[in-house]
Design a protein around this ligand. Sequence first.
Ligand SMILES: [Zn+2]
Length: 107
Amino acid sequence: MTEKQKIAATLAAFAATLLIALVTILGMAPSRAAAPDPTPTPSPTVYVMPLETSPPQDYVLNNHTKRFHYPDCRSVPEIAEKNREDVFASRDELLARGFKSCGNCKP
Ligand SMILES: [Zn+2]
């Protein structure tokens, strides 16, 4: 074996090693591609249609003036305890009961 042939053989062996490494890398690629898609599936948007009656919430009633307020209305602390009523009701319900919406907090 000449020196040239030795070098050629070494190069060939090196090339073969590279080729095996390349095939191994490429061989791994399809399994990576088959991994689950990380893109999250957008969840369907749920539209809540407004009901005929407004949703119930906290209100403060003044049974004297027949007004209803949001609990944080500045008029609420002025309501006499005997006239005050804290309720969890819908706006329509209160209107049906004869209450009027407060002019300050406009519930
Ligand atoms: Zn008010």
